[in-house]
Design a protein around this ligand. Structure first.
Ligand SMILES: Nc1ncnc2c1ncn2[C@@H]1O[C@H](COP(=O)(O)OP(=O)(O)OP(=O)(O)O)[C@@H](O)[C@H]1O
Length: 227
């Protein structure tokens, strides 16, 4: 199983460019090329606006690159935007049952899925209220519990841990550790060196939408700090 991703070109400039009275163009990524194989867990670092989320969304298939080639083999689990794939007017429970049906689970499996999410997310009576009424932290709890219930070949996670409280973060790290060992490939955008060192064996430094360094977390962090 491999994840090969190449964005060789794009029609716009990286910086915001106003073309006369026309639209403003923002190029999120430029000349990105890398491949990940089974067992690779790549952290993506970079300053705010450097393109980390854009890269993850593209790799997950939510964004279509304007040029280049993206090749992904295997099932993908994502934790990128708090709400993608969720019906905000429905409760977490209803969303869990719907997702379970979509995933082809039988009645007993859906019940187990429901119990697992409800127990792990631990949001009390909110579990039965519309998702849109949840705080960011509650949304994270539900979505994290949902995606980590399933075994996926590829896990793509944006730095959403920040909205969880300490109690949840501890349990999430624990579950993530288990998940990392059962998933084959991972991409994790993060500002946390702790997370990077704990979960990743590769690291990409994005700067202005381009790869500035690619290597082990130690190598890339050293380059990143050196500026
Ligand atoms: N929907 C959008 N429309 C236009 N420009 C966008 C959109 N999303 C992101 N951008 C731009 O693309 C660039 C990269 O943004 P991105 O969110 O990928 O950065 P990031 O590295 O994830 O940032 P952060 O660390 O702040 O989350 C930024 O210049 C941003 O303004």
């Amino acid at each position: 199983m491999s994840l090969f991703y190449s964005l060789a070109r794009s029609g716009a400039q990286r910086f915001m460019k106003k073309q006369g009275a026309g639209p403003v163009l923002v190029q999120g990524l430029k000349r990105i090329s890398f491949s990940l194989s089974e067992g690779d867990r790549m952290g993506v670092i970079g300053r705010n606006g450097s393109g980390k989320s854009t890269l993850l969304r593209t790799a997950a298939g939510y964004l279509k690159p304007s040029g280049g080639r993206l090749e992904v083999q295997g099932s993908i689990g994502t934790l990128i935007d708090l709400g993608i794939g969720i019906n905000g007017e429905r409760s977490a429970k209803e969303n869990v049952h719907f997702t379970g049906k979509l995933a082809g689970l039988n009645k007993a499996e859906i019940q187990a899925f429901d119990e697992d999410v409800q127990t792990f997310a631990d949001i009390g009576a909110f579990y039965h209220l519309p998702f849109d009424t949840y705080s960011s932290g509650m949304k994270l709890r539900i979505l994290f519990a949902m995606i980590t219930h399933f075994k996926r070949d590829i896990l793509i996670v944006d730095e959403v841990f920040g909205v969880g409280d300490t109690h949840f973060a501890e349990r999430a790290y624990e579950r993530m550790t288990g998940f990392v060992h059962t998933s084959k490939t991972m991409m994790l955008a993060t500002h946390s060196e702790g997370l990077l060192r704990q979960f990743c064996n590769k690291c990409m430094w994005l700067d202005n939408g381009q790869i500035r360094a690619l290597g082990t977390p130690d190598e890339v962090l050293e380059a990143y700090h050196a500026g």
